[in-house]
Design a binder for this molecule. Sequence first.
Ligand code: BDR
Ligand code: CA
Length: 313
Amino acid sequence: PRPLIIDTDPGVDDAVALVLALRSPEVDVRAVVAAFGNVALERTLDNAGRVLALTGRTDVPLGTGADRPLVHRREQRAGHVHGVDGLGGRAAQLPDPVTPLPGSGIALMARVLEEADEPVTIASIGPLTDTALLLATHPGLAERIERIVVMGGAIGGGNITGAAEFNVHADPEAAHRVLTQDRVPVALVPLETTLGCAAGPEWIAELAGADPVGAELAAMIAPYHGYYRGRYGRDAVALHDATALLECVAPGSLAATPVPLVVDTGFGPARGATIPYRVPEAPSPAVDVLSAPDVPAVLDAVLARLSGRPQAS
Ligand code: BDR
Ligand code: CA
C-alpha cells in the first residue's frame, strides 16, 4: 500500500475522508495531523482521535497541528456547518480518543517522510498551515513527498465569500506558499469539483446500513445534510474532503488540468481567492486542478470503500 499522511481539521467531511483512507487497502495511513479549521484545534484534535478510535485504528500516530494561521489571526470557524463539536453533535458518543503524540505535528510528518521507504502522499484537507510549515522548515524532505493533494480553492465561486473557499480563506498565506512552490507536485480539488460530488439520501442510507462505523458516519452527516439542503436547495451533501481523499487512494479517479494559480493575500473582499493565470508568463508552476468527469463513479468508489464492499477490478 502507498504511504499517506493526512493533514485535517475534522469536520464531518474530514471524518468521512479519514474513515475512507483507513478502510482503503491501497493506502497505509502513516500519520494524521489535526489543525485548527472547522472548529478550534482542541476540538479537531479530539475529533481526529475519536475517529481513529471509532475505526479501531489506535495504532495510527496522531499529531498536533497548527492552532492558528501563519500570519494573520482569524476567528472564522464552520460550526454552523459541522456542528459546534465539529462532528454533527456526535463527538461525545464516539469512543475515547487516541492520545496525540508529544511534539509537533510538523515533526511527526517529517519523521514519517524520513523513515518512509518510498515517496509519501500528503492529503491536505484543512487549512494549509501545517503543509506550508513542513515545506518551509524541511526543504530537504520535499523529494520524499510523492504529491500533495489539496481539498481547497475555488476557480468559480467560493463558499466563504464569493471569491474564497474555506480552507484557503482560513490561511491564504499558507495556501499561497503551497500552491506556488516548485518542489512538490500539487493537485488541487476545488470547491466546484467537490460540490459536484454530492451524495444523496440513497447513498447515505447505504452507508448507514453498512456496519456500525457507517451508521455513525451517517449520524454525523444528518445535520450537515440539513445545512446543505438549506443552503444549496439540493437533497444531497458535498463530501468535499472524501473526494480529495479518493484521489489519494485511487490516483486518476479525478481528471487533471494544469493551471498556474496564485492566492489573493491582500485585505480586500477577495482575500483567499485562488486566481488562475491565463498567460504563459505565470509567476509559479502549474498545479493540477482536478475535476470529476464521472460523478457516479466517484460516489460509488467512496461508498464501496467506506462500507467494505469489494471493488470491481
Ligand atoms: C472545506 O472546508 C471545510 O469546511 C470542509 O471540511 C472542507 O475541507 C470545504 O470548503
Ligand atoms: Ca476539512
